[in-house]
Design a protein around this ligand. Structure first.
Ligand SMILES: O=c1[nH]c(=O)c2[nH]c(=O)[nH]c2[nH]1
Length: 307
């Protein structure tokens, strides 16, 4: 019986932390540093290692970890993390006959160049908050998928948000409002159109710039114009408009997945019989909480071509 069992395994190394510096002169823009947390996972034909003591086909996870540093060293030119993930995926699927597929996930620690006296510093950086992430799957054939995204992008506005005319039944306590704080921590994922390593543009396309551009479109749509903002009737509608604007602005992005928890700012009203108006809410004092919080997410895609 046991001989008939199916095994679908994969192995790799997670939390491989690597940082790479490219030392350009100040006149050429200064030093560039990236700090990446890399995970590599390979689909590899090494069944005997699961079913017996035969490890002869295993590419050791230790070697996988070492490869991350070797490849970082070999990148003499600045690379985006998407390009680095493709380099790693290509490496494992082309060097080892038994490796049919590699998934490379990278989370970037957001070191941002500081500005001193109005000038970008040539070698000084401070840590930002929201993170650029990517997941690249490379097959031996060279077919690939590149998904990138943002994690931990916290956005809040103090007005121009409401929520009304929702289901009202015996379970409902929440009053309708056209005046509330809306706060969220956006997680976004989008897919690039490249489906084979041969389609990846060499220099004309910059994944890092695209990340910055998508981030800006998401925030600009969330906030609206600086003086008047834009009214949000629900997190759902704002999420949709943010995704729609990304699809409008970047024709090569086919779909956007957004996760936008509703991080509540609850109006504070304090009082009792003797002291009924100790704190009377007048759109000023709130109790911020994320426990519990609303969970709102959607994937917004272009209609599939009818051709
Ligand atoms: O924008 C919102 N969407 C909801 O689905 C919801 N539910 C809720 O209690 N408050 C809100 N706000």
């Amino acid at each position: 019986m046991a001989d008939r069992l199916e095994v679908q395994g994969r192995h790799g190394k997670s939390r491989v932390r690597v940082s790479r510096v490219w030392r350009r002169p100040a006149a050429a823009g200064g030093h560039v540093i990236v700090e990446w947390n890399v995970a590599v996972s390979v689909v590899s034909d090494c069944l005997p290692s699961y079913t017996s003591d035969d490890n002869s086909a295993i590419v050791a996870t230790d070697s996988i970890k070492n490869t991350v540093y070797v490849k970082a060293k070999e990148c003499k030119e600045i690379v985006s993390m998407e390009e680095f993930a493709v380099i790693l995926g290509r490496h494992f699927t082309s060097l080892y006959p038994q490796v049919s597929e590699a998934t490379v996930t990278i989370v970037e620690r957001p070191w941002e160049r500081v500005v001193v006296d109005g000038k970008p510093h040539s070698h000084g950086f401070k840590l930002g908050v929201e993170k650029h992430v990517t997941e690249v799957i490379v097959k031996k054939s060279g077919n690939l998928l590149i998904n990138s995204g943002i994690q931990g992008y916290s956005l809040l506005k103090t007005t121009q948000s409401g929520f009304e005319k929702f289901v009202r039944d015996r379970y409902t306590l929440l009053p309708d409002t056209r005046e509330r704080i809306v706060a969220t921590e956006v997680t976004a994922w989008w897919r690039y159109p490249f489906e084979h390593v041969s389609q990846i543009p060499s220099k004309s396309f910059c994944f890092t710039q695209r990340y910055q551009d998508v981030k800006k479109v998401l925030a600009d749509t969330f906030f609206g114009p600086p003086d008047v903002g834009v009214y949000s009737p629900s997190v759902q509608n704002t999420l949709y408009l943010m995704a729609k604007e990304v699809l409008n602005r970047f024709p090569d992005i086919a779909s956007v997945q957004l996760r936008m928890p509703n991080l509540h700012f609850i109006p504070v009203n304090l009082g009792n019989k003797e002291n009924p108006g100790l704190v009377k809410f007048a759109d000023d004092v709130y109790l911020p909480t994320d426990e519990p919080h609303g969970t709102i997410e959607a994937t917004v895609s272009r209609p599939k071509s009818k051709l």
